[in-house]
Design a protein around this ligand. Structure first.
Ligand SMILES: [Zn+2]
Length: 367
């Protein structure tokens, strides 16, 4: 580790503020979370650019990828790339990292102090362990804390108590505590807390994709489920191994965003295999993490094998909205999106599945 190691003197300076902030957060966590949602929905108030998706070659240890995607989907401002760059700085992805400053040790992949862990820690991955050394707990705690800090700094800037970039302020507060940032009126003018946001920004290009969105939406309101250029067509619709392959396989890198092909209502968003917490195999039945969307007019689309979903059953989605990220869960031997289109549905079954590529061409797209 380099200059991200925190000497005790620096941490000690800020501990009073950290304790105060922690106690405030204990009583007000729910309120803060609600206000974070309201803040990001209020157009014009939030000037911070949206968080960044991952670039396909982002050097994330594969066992942490799903956690980074999850932590990077809690609020709009903190994306997976922001989560990854901060973990890179804090611990170089070492889950056992221990920085013994002599006074306030920082522990684990996200370098939580005991005080901060008491507020933000928890068995977030529900594996029976509650520890800053458990990446399944620590990375999610990092995402929650960062989103709360973004909401908090937004409020403080609006109230004139802090000056500066929202994200820089939130990062500085992660390092130095809210009290430390408030005392300085912004990112501290010197020292490690001053350097911390810069150190994360320096690492962002390693992890962040160029800002991506869905491809164009055609006149019928349809768009491709993966952005053009992010996939190649694999196995097509039709008989395969004595059965109907009821969709098309679009080969893409793990973590590639999957978009709703048209506006609709999410019928289901669930794990349809025996397990979805790790890549599946050809011996495993089911579709893995699966989304079904009802577009009306008898048309249902299905998206299979995601590493993680971004929608819930009953939710309305717009064309081009991210519904999940490509993975290899369920009956799958490598990362891809299995995409189906059904007519005269519901229900959506093999009897009413149609060729997805033919369908997309019929609505004016070029899959
Ligand atoms: Zn398939």
């Amino acid at each position: 580790m380099s200059s991200d190691q925190q000497p005790g003197s620096t941490r000690l300076l800020w501990i009073a503020g950290a304790v105060a902030a922690a106690m405030m957060a204990v009583c007000c966590m729910g309120v803060v979370v609600v206000s974070a949602g309201a803040g990001s929905g209020a157009a014009g108030v939030q000037q911070q650019a949206a968080g960044h998706k991952l670039r396909p070659d982002a050097p994330i240890p594969p066992q942490y990828l799903a956690l980074v995607l999850q932590a990077g989907s809690i609020c709009a401002e903190i994306g997976p790339a922001e989560i990854a760059a901060q973990l890179d700085l804090e611990s170089s992805w070492n889950p056992d990292a221990y920085t013994d400053s002599g006074e306030v040790p920082a522990k684990g992949i996200a370098q939580f102090t005991d005080v901060t862990w008491r507020t933000w820690g928890g068995d977030h991955d529900k594996d029976g362990t509650n520890s800053p050394y458990d990446p399944g707990d620590a990375i999610i705690a990092q995402g929650r804390l960062m989103c709360d800090l973004v909401a908090w700094t937004t409020t403080q800037v609006a109230a004139g108590k802090l000056r500066g970039d929202i994200l820089d302020l939130a990062w500085a507060a992660y390092f130095a505590g809210r009290g430390g940032v408030l005392a300085a009126g912004g990112v501290p003018p010197a020292g490690l807390a001053h350097d911390y946001p810069q150190q994360i920004r320096a690492r962002l290009p390693k992890y962040a994709a160029a800002d991506a969105s869905a491809g164009p939406v055609g006149p019928g309101g349809w768009t491709l489920p993966l952005r053009p250029g992010t996939y190649r067509v694999g196995s097509g619709f039709g008989p395969r191994w004595g059965r109907l392959h009821a969709g098309v396989d679009l080969m893409a890198t793990t973590g590639t965003p999957i978009y709703a092909a048209a506006a609709g209502v999410v019928l289901s968003a669930h794990c349809s295999s025996a397990y979805c917490d790790r890549p599946g195999s050809i011996g495993l039945g089911g579709c893995g993490w699966t989304v079904n969307i009802n577009h009306g007019g008898g048309i249902i689309t299905r998206y299979c094998h995601a590493i993680r979903l971004n929608v819930r059953a009953g939710q309305q989605v717009a064309a081009g909205q991210v519904v999940g990220w490509v993975g290899s869960t369920g009956n799958s031997s490598g990362p891809h999106l299995h995409f189906e289109v059904h007519r005269n549905a519901p229900p959506a079954d093999n009897g009413n599945a149609v060729s997805p590529l033919d369908f997309l061409r019929s609505v004016g797209l070029n899959p």
